[in-house]
Design a protein around this ligand. Structure first.
Ligand SMILES: [Ca+2]
Length: 310
């Protein structure tokens, strides 16, 4: 059966009728080979050799060595990236050094090798199969969502994270972390297709190339703007800014207080010390789910370690 996605513009009013009126086009879901998406599970028992998970094979999921009493970190890369990228392995390794986690790395590089409108249906496809994996793990009795189901996505992976959470169903995903969510292509579509604060109880976003590759506008329940969120120290090109969100998040996994951030109305006010900074939280893995919603600012170093004592 052919499926289509109705694309709706970003300034759509709420309500189905309004959405229908403002539909700006539809896209047929692309045909693809399901094996083009790889869902690989790692735990402390198998830190280097993954167990491949298949959406349509519950037996394989049940037999996987899943740590039922531990959280799940479900990680999505972005455009033009895949499992061979250094950050991917580094993030997984940092988690497994820091504690007991289930880590699923989703390699969907074959579906996101184009930075154009065709990536939107592909984002939906990886989310659809990801939601089947999540619900399969729940049905198999191995994933206990009360331990924490956290989806982390970089670039367009942040939007795939939001779709995964919505397709999995409410009450499953407790947190989404968007690492410089892609504005390219996704800037003009409505929040049904992209990350926003309604997609999970906690949506924390790190903006590092805001206004170009990524969003400068707030997207989450708490938004972090290191160095103002647009230009990162030590970076000369946008790609460096865009990937800095990953470096900062990875560093935070082993250093919970690395990135103390101050709630403020703007970076200019933050720099002029106009904010009292009586509302703080820590950017990265240890951002508090009870943080006051809003925008948080901090400064970082140009090179690792990036944490800069304030
Ligand atoms: Ca959304």
């Amino acid at each position: 059966m052919t499926q289509t996605l109705i694309l709706v513009s970003a300034d759509t009013e709420s309500g189905d009728e309004a959405k229908e009126d403002s539909a700006i086009g539809s896209l047929k879901l692309n045909s693809f080979d399901p094996n083009d998406i790889e869902f690989d599970l790692y735990t402390s028992s198998n830190p280097n050799i993954p167990i491949r998970l298949f959406p349509d094979n519950i037996t394989a999921i049940s037999s996987a060595n899943f740590l039922t009493s531990c959280p799940l970190k479900y990680i999505l890369h972005g455009y033009d990236a895949d499992a061979s990228n250094f950050w991917w392995t580094e993030m997984k390794d940092e988690y497994l050094k820091a504690g007991s986690y289930n880590i699923i790395l989703v390699n969907w590089s074959k579906l996101c090798d184009k930075s154009d409108i065709s990536v939107i249906p592909n984002t939906y496809i990886v989310a659809k199969y990801g939601a089947e994996i999540i619900n399969g793990l729940i049905r198999a009795g191995v994933l206990n969502v009360t331990m924490g189901l956290h989806i982390i996505g970089h670039d367009i992976g942040a939007h795939a994270a939001s779709l995964t959470a919505n397709l999995a169903g409410s009450g499953k995903v407790s947190r989404i972390t968007g690492l410089d969510p892609a504005k390219i292509v996704f800037g003009k579509f409505g929040d049904d297709f992209r990350l926003d604060f309604t997609d999970a109880p906690m949506v924390d976003v790190i903006h590092t190339d805001g206004g170009v590759t990524g969003f400068l506008e707030t997207r989450g329940t708490i938004d972090f703007f290191p160095n103002g969120g647009k230009i990162q120290p030590g970076c000369l090109v946008h790609g460096c800014n865009h990937f800095r969100a990953l470096d900062l998040f990875i560093e935070s996994i082993s250093n919970p207080t690395a990135f103390k951030a101050c709630k403020c109305s703007s970076y200019e006010d933050y720099k002029k010390k106009k904010c009292r900074c009586n509302e703080i939280t820590y950017m990265g893995e240890f951002a508090s789910p009870t943080s006051s919603p809003g925008s948080y600012f901090l400064q970082t170093n140009s090179f690792p370690p990036y944490n800069k004592p304030s």
